[in-house]
Design a protein around this ligand. Structure first.
Ligand SMILES: [Zn+2]
Length: 70
């Protein structure tokens, strides 16, 4: 597997996922990922992506609930 950005080798490691969405910023540290040995860009595999989406769905739900507090 090669880096999408610089075509260098990837190795198994951990990376931080950050996203700003739906009115909040989320930072998930130590997520298993393939990390580029050259530029450090992470590539999350399907299992990690599914897990991240699961977390985001749960947070979205609770944020909506929070905003609905009268
Ligand atoms: Zn790279």
């Amino acid at each position: 597997m090669k880096c999408l950005y610089c075509q260098s080798e990837l190795k198994r490691g951990k990376a931080t996922f950050t996203d700003s969405r739906n009115g909040y910023v989320i930072v998930l540290q130590d997520i298993p990922a393939w990390v580029c040995t050259q530029c450090g860009e992470p590539l999350f595999d399907p299992g990690a992506v599914a897990g991240i989406q699961d977390v985001l769905r749960a947070v979205d739900e609770r944020v909506e609930k929070l905003r609905a507090v009268a």
